[in-house]
Design a protein around this ligand. Structure first.
Ligand code: C2O
Length: 473
């Protein structure tokens, strides 16, 4: 991961663990030995030496279901399971299955581990493994091998509120509640963060690199929609930064949906394959299982979630309506890092023609230069004046959003800018003909702001377009 931001593992680690780390010793990549006293902080997930390999799961195959469709009895089970997990954290703080420990696994892997699981191809596989062990522990605590995590299918326009179980009641008598959310039970995720313009480039990502990233870069959905939902739910609270996100039970429903999107992308086309590079397949991580046994699991063991991990998902209502795109044709107008993009007539005509033929048109923004010092959602416009007016999707020059989620509020190391691919099919035509060309600008989205926004020109390493050719063309 040569393009990872440099940071001092040892220093950040010590700051998180605090005093009493005399026994600390590095065992190897990602595994650290430390005294059990630190179990209540952001710790590596295990201490007991060599992990035993994960073995075949013999539970029945059961569906993970949308959180909005759970029956009253299923909601009660979900609550009972999280209540048991929370109780365990109090009754036996050293038990790795307790809620605090579970939440801190994410903190460790995202903000302290020398090989962070965000910003690269570990993202989908690691979170799948994390949720899998989490789900098995919850099932064990209520003695139900058929228990599966629900998913929050926020891409469906009627499911944009926090799922009811997580907010009813909206206080600490509900084990699914979290007091640091910035969304109220009646708030909805902004449409522009999770709608079809966001999901289309995700489901039609041409290869795993675009979809799930590579050794040193992230895939499209890790930024938008995944990061936007973190910021929308959390703001300055737990979900708004990766080190604390696991403390909100809705995190696991959010990530079950992210996992479903991976599953749906795989099913979408025969070319939607996972990496075959051994460097990916042999990635492995260790977790405590439901019996407190320290186990290691490899990426290659996670790829078929149905047969290997014993859960599946229903059909994707959204994916079914997408055309089958075979090829993406790239249109690369000249782009200077420190200047506006000027879409010259020959490029403009090519894009306009694609729009006229109703092909999907995307804009790619590589390494967008947005601030990385706080969690926020930035709106991108194809016109600086429109960015200042900040009318959102109502503006003819609005192109989409770029979310940034801090790894850690103490800013031990900055997050990577996401890979941004915007579906601009419905929007770009209006600005394409402007004689001034297209100049990108961005503004932080802030519903409470009074007065004009402070827009800035958006620089990026590279900006280009692509359009899709559907099957049979
Ligand atoms: Cu590891 Cu949504 O974060």
């Amino acid at each position: 991961m040569s393009s990872s931001p440099p940071f001092s593992t040892r220093r950040t680690f010590l700051r998180n663990v605090g005093a009493g780390t005399g026994a600390l010793g590095v065992l190897g990549t990602g595994s650290l030995l430390l005294p059990s006293v630190s179990l209540a902080v952001c710790e590596p997930p295990g201490t007991p030496g060599t992990a035993r390999p994960w073995r075949a799961d013999c539970r029945p195959i059961r569906a993970r279901r949308p959180a909005s469709t759970l029956t009253a009895a299923e909601i009660q089970k979900l609550k009972d399971a999280y209540q048991a997990m929370r109780d365990l954290a109090t009754s036996d703080p050293g038990d790795p299955r307790g809620f605090t420990h579970q939440a801190n696994i994410h903190c460790w892997f995202c903000s302290v581990s020398p090989t962070p699981v965000h910003g690269n191809w570990q993202f989908f596989a690691w979170h799948r493994a994390y949720l899998y062990f989490h789900e098995r522990i919850l099932g064990k605590l209520i003695n139900d091998s058929e228990f599966r995590l629900p998913y929050w299918d926020w891409e469906i326009s009627t499911h944009r509120k926090l799922p009811g179980a997580y907010t009813t009641p909206d206080n600490n008598t509900n084990p699914l509640w979290n007091g640091t959310r910035s969304m109220s039970p009646t708030d909805e995720l902004p449409d522009e963060d999770v709608n079809e313009d966001v999901m289309e480039p995700v489901y039609s990502a041409a290869n795993f690199g675009e979809f799930g990233g590579g050794a040193g870069y992230s895939g499209i959905p890790e930024g938008s929609p995944h990061g936007s939902v973190h910021v929308d739910v959390g703001g300055g609270g737990d979900m708004g930064a990766f080190d604390t996100a696991g403390r909100d039970p809705v995190f696991y429903a959010h990530h079950a949906n992210v996992d479903k999107i991976w599953s749906d992308w795989n099913k979408g086309a025969s070319s939607h394959e996972n990496p075959t590079d051994p460097a990916f397949l042999n990635l492995n991580w260790s977790f405590y299982d439901e019996n407190k046994v320290w186990r290691s699991i490899k990426a290659s063991q996670l790829l078929n979630h149905e047969t290997q991990l014993r859960y599946n998902y229903g059909l994707s209502r959204f994916r079914e309506i997408l055309p089958c795109i075979l090829d993406w044709i790239i249109v690369r107008p000249p782009w200077k890092f420190d200047r506006a993009v000027l879409v010259e007539p020959r490029f403009r005509d090519q894009i306009t023609k694609a729009l006229d033929e109703r092909r999907p048109v995307r804009m790619h923004i590589n390494y967008p230069q947005v601030p990385l010092d706080k969690s926020a959602v930035y709106r991108v416009y194809a016109d600086p004046k429109e960015a200042e007016a900040d009318q959102g999707p109502k503006s003819p020059a609005f192109l989409g959003v770029i979310p940034i989620v801090l790894n850690n509020r103490e800013k031990h190391h900055p997050p990577k800018p996401p890979q941004v691919v915007l579906n601009v099919s419905r929007r770009i035509a209006a600005v394409l003909r402007s004689p001034d060309g297209i100049q990108l600008a961005f503004v932080e989205r802030d519903a409470k702001r009074k007065g004009p926004a402070r827009a800035q020109l958006l620089n990026a390493k590279e900006v280009y377009f692509s359009y899709g050719e559907a099957m049979g063309e």
